[in-house]
Design a protein around this ligand. Structure first.
Ligand SMILES: [Zn+2]
Length: 148
């Protein structure tokens, strides 16, 4: 276990920090330890509850500084800016299901699935309005009506 600002994170989730810190190469914007704690919870859920032992999360994006957020076309009040959001890649429809299962388990505040793209944005934003925990926002919400 690693102590990050008083929050205990598994060595495995801690090792994902470089993947989740801002990628501009200039700033020092780091992923929030609370987000790493959530990643830990996801790993445990998928491996222990769902029994998918080989699962490991992969993110294309986590924390962003203002400049990097602009460069990648992020939203103005994006949760990426406070290091509380990640764009998580799913490498198969099964992996998509496991991640969604965890999202419902933990009541992740906001999640966005972009049809045709292989990642889910999920966050615990405290700088943006929070929808009902069971609502997927933005793109193709009807797709998710089949999920209890
Ligand atoms: Zn940056």
């Amino acid at each position: 276990m690693v102590d990050v600002n008083g929050i205990l994170i598994s060595d495995e989730a801690y090792s994902l920090m470089p993947m989740l810190n801002c990628k501009c190469g200039k700033c020092k914007n780091e992923i929030n330890p609370v987000f790493l704690y959530l990643v830990d919870s996801q790993i445990r859920h998928v491996r222990e509850v769902l029994g998918r032992k080989t699962f490991s999360p992969f993110f294309t994006c986590g924390a962003r500084c203002e400049k990097h957020n602009k460069d990648v076309g992020g939203a103005e009040n994006s949760a990426h800016l406070v290091g509380m959001a990640g764009d998580q890649v799913f490498r198969s429809i099964f992996e998509f299901d496991w991640i969604v299962s965890w999202i419902y388990e933990t009541r992740v505040q906001r999640k966005i699935f972009y049809l045709g793209r292989k990642f889910i944005h999920w966050d615990f934003a405290y700088n943006t309005p929070v929808p009902h925990p069971h609502e997927w926002i933005k793109v193709y919400p009807e797709y998710f009506n089949i999920i209890p």
